[in-house]
Design a protein around this ligand. Structure first.
Ligand SMILES: Nc1ncnc2c1ncn2[C@@H]1O[C@H](COP(=O)(O)OP(=O)(O)OP(=O)(O)O)[C@@H](O)[C@H]1O
Ligand SMILES: [Mg+2]
Length: 244
């Protein structure tokens, strides 16, 4: 069972879009996938067009059992939804004894061990108690990096923080995925070149800028359902293939 966190300190770089569409692609390929939304915004539910009553917050605070907390959003794709209640969970983690505080998530997710082929975790922008817990649970990180010069600065800080963290957890930065790639924008090339030069072994197939990707959430559809023949679908299919 592979456990992959989709993370970047910076907001709006395509974390949720990537978490949802890679999960959907893995499920379409016949895998059993668990998508865990650790963000208070609850966007994974919206992108999948589902409205779960319970999710990760209720699982952590013990009001539901592991099986009650999940919904099957698509065939083979199970969602443990995020919600605003996760803000309270972060406060709860702060109050937990220090040696247990990084393992709260790992402990509640234990019943799912070995039950899925892939667990993908979508994370909030920024750094909080819950994201630290994600980094102690997951084994691999995929970092979406949008093609702006400022995004590269944030990305470097994030890489440094993750390297510091890897002294304490086993997590490894496996993948760096360029997002919002637009050939018409000149700086795109510079940013891509930088990534290619510094991280040739981590760089995945890229995701182009696509209006289809910005429209699909309003319809609650994955990119395969919304625009199966468009480049955006092919981009996500290639990315999914590269990480399997
Ligand atoms: N390749 C793309 N081309 C065009 N629009 C995109 C692309 N990827 C994502 N978007 C849109 O950009 C916005 C931000 O994407 P997304 O929500 O996936 O980012 P995020 O990193 O999860 O944001 P946050 O940090 O707020 O959680 C969304 O409206 C999404 O539909
Ligand atoms: Mg998001």
């Amino acid at each position: 069972m592979r456990k992959i966190a989709i993370a970047n300190r910076k907001g709006g770089v395509g974390k949720t879009t990537t978490a949802v569409n890679v999960s959907a692609g893995l499920a379409l390929a016949g895998n059993k996938v668990l998508l865990i939304d650790t963000d208070t915004q609850g966007h994974c539910s919206r992108l999948l067009g589902v409205n779960p009553e319970k999710g990760l917050a209720e699982l952590i605070d013990g009001t539901v059992t592991p099986s009650e907390a999940l919904i099957e959003a698509r065939e083979g794709l199970f969602l443990l939804a995020g919600s605003r209640l996760l803000a309270g969970i972060s406060r709860l983690i702060v109050k937990t004894e220090i040696h247990k505080a990084t393992k709260v998530l790992s402990n509640v997710l234990k019943p799912f061990d070995g039950k899925f082929d892939y667990v993908l975790l979508d994370t909030s922008p920024g750094f909080n108690e819950l994201s630290v817990n994600v980094f102690f649970y997951a084994d691999e990180i995929l970092i979406p990096v949008s093609m702006e010069v400022l995004a590269i600065d944030g990305f470097k800080d994030f890489m440094r923080e993750m390297n510091e963290l890897s002294e304490y957890s086993n997590i490894e930065i496996r993948y760096i995925t360029p997002t919002f790639v637009d050939g018409r924008v000149k700086k795109t090339e510079d940013v891509l070149e930088h990534l290619q030069k510094h991280f040739p072994d981590k760089l995945t197939p890229l995701i182009h800028y696509s209006t289809k990707l910005s429209e699909s959430p309003a319809w609650g559809k994955t990119i395969y359902e919304f625009a199966g023949r468009e480049r955006a679908s092919k981009d996500y299919a290639k990315l999914t293939g590269a990480i399997t």
